[in-house]
Design a protein around this ligand. Sequence first.
Ligand SMILES: Nc1ncnc2c1ncn2[C@@H]1O[C@H](COP(=O)(O)OP(=O)(O)OP(=O)(O)O)[C@@H](O)[C@H]1O
Length: 294
Amino acid sequence: MAEQDDITAEEARVESMMAQSDIAISVRGIRNSFGDQVVHDGLDLDVRKGEILGVVGGSGTGKSVLMRAIIGLQTPDEGEIHVFGESMVGRLDDEALAIRKRWGVLFQGGALFSTLTVAENVEVPIREYYPNIGAELRDEIAAYKIRMTGLPAEAGPKYPSELSGGMKKRAGLARALALDPDLLFLDEPTAGLDPIGAAAFDEQTRQLQQTLGLTVFLITHDLDTLYSICDRVAVLADKKVIAVGTIEELLATDHPWIQEYFNGPRGRAATAAVARHHDREQDRAAQTPPDGRQ
Ligand SMILES: Nc1ncnc2c1ncn2[C@@H]1O[C@H](COP(=O)(O)OP(=O)(O)OP(=O)(O)O)[C@@H](O)[C@H]1O
C-alpha cells in the first residue's frame, strides 16, 4: 500500500512538473494596491508557452498594473509570480536577470526615447544587457530588427517625431525584439491605429509569434485583435482574472461584463467580420490548385 502511495505521489509530481513546463508565466494570489485603492486581490493567471493571450477588462481594472507587476516594475503586496519557472518578485540576482533578458516589452504608445533615432532606440536594450557588443554588430542587429517589423531601412536614422503612429509602434516592437525574446509583452499595440494599420500590425504580431515561437501577453481593447490573433483571452474584473479561455468558452459563461463585451453590438460586428474573413480565406483556398499555382 505504501508503495502504491509512493507511485501515486511520484506520478503527481511528474504531472505537475510537466504542466509547469507548459507554463511561461504563473501568477498566484497577487495583491496590488496604491494607498487605499486595491487594484488586484487574490489574482491568479497562467500564460501557456507559445500562446497569444489577450488580456481584457474595463478601463482601470489593472491590466497595465498586472503587466508591470510581471515585468518587475511594480512590487505586489502579496503573491507569487514565476516566469519560465523562476520566482520573480523582488529578485535582482543573476538568475532573475537571465529571465528578464528573455522578454521584450512594447509599452502603450511605443515609449520611444524622443532624442534617439529609431536605430538607437532599438540598440538601447543591447547596450544595457550586452555592453561588450561592438557598434558595428549592434547597428547590424538594429537594422535586422527594424526590417523584421516591416519598417523600411530608411526608418533607422529617423527620430520618433518624424514617424507616423503605426511606424512608432513598429519601432517599439523592433526594440522589444532586440534581444531575441521568448516572451513578448504588448500593451494596447493597436490603440490609435486606423483599422487597416491595426489589422496589419496584428498580422505582423501573429507572423512574428509563429516564426519566432514567441509567447505573447497582449493587453487590448480591440475586439478585432482578440478574434483574429489571440489563442485565449483573460478577463479582468472585480480585482481578479474572472475567466480565461477561448472566446467560445468565454461566451459560454454568464458573467454580465463578458456577455456585454462579446455579445454587445461591437462584439457581434467583430464576430461577423471575422466569419466573413474566414469565408474569403476558404474560398481562396478552394480556388487554389493543390500544387499552389494560381
Ligand atoms: N503608479 C500609480 N499610482 C497610483 N495609482 C495607479 C498607478 N498606476 C496605476 N494606478 C491605478 O491603478 C488602476 C489600474 O490602472 P491600469 O493602468 O492598470 O488600468 P488598465 O486596466 O490598464 O486601464 P486602461 O484600459 O484604461 O489602460 C487605476 O485606477 C490607476 O489609476
